[in-house]
Design a protein around this ligand. Structure first.
Ligand SMILES: [Zn+2]
Length: 182
């Protein structure tokens, strides 16, 4: 699943690096696979600090030279826990470092992810990265998970990181048609 958000993250991060501005880049770590790179479809990649569910973003960042860090970037932010999103807001408020989060709003069942739920509640700004439906030209706002028989799944575990080929961005009309969940 890739709506171009990793590309957007990498481009913005690159703008900072190009101007010799220090950033921190994080990616949630869901299992032992320890993915610690963010790779975009257009070939840019950057090393990211892996953050598991016990990782404390505020404590980690506070130990850094916080005056030097000009921005923090997080990919796949939907996978963070509610309290981790709150830690990010403390970084913005207490350490005065902007935190830019990139992620999906809902899972393949059309439900908010825990991290996205909290983020939508407390974020200062929201920007929608627009992409089109895999089946028509409407704006894609939902995600479906395709199983081995080519059918849309309506239950099971939430998205796994890096599962590019199993997930498709779709409009709500096609989400309804394919999952009957709306
Ligand atoms: Zn559609």
């Amino acid at each position: 699943m890739n709506a171009g958000k990793s590309t957007a993250l990498l481009q913005t991060n690159h703008n900072f690096i190009e101007n010799n501005l220090k950033t921190l880049v994080f990616i949630p770590q869901l299992d032992d696979s320890s993915i610690s790179k963010i790779v975009s479809r257009i070939g840019i990649e950057v090393d990211a600090i892996p953050a598991n569910s016990n990782f404390n973003f505020y404590k980690y960042t506070k130990l850094e030279d916080t005056k030097e860090i000009k921005s923090i970037f997080i990919d796949e932010v939907q996978f963070l826990k509610k309290d981790q999103i709150d830690q990010l807001s403390k970084i913005a408020d207490n350490l005065n470092i902007p935190v830019m989060c990139y992620g999906l709003r809902t899972n393949f069942m059309g439900e908010l992810f825990e991290g996205s739920d909290r983020l939508l509640s407390i974020a200062d700004n929201l920007h929608e990265i627009k992409t089109i439906c895999s089946y028509c030209t409407r704006k894609a706002t939902m995600v479906i998970k395709i199983n081995s028989e080519g059918k849309a799944e309506t239950q099971g575990a939430e998205i796994k990181i890096g599962g590019n080929d199993l997930y498709k961005s779709v409009c709500r009309k096609h989400f309804r048609k394919l999952t009957k969940l709306v």
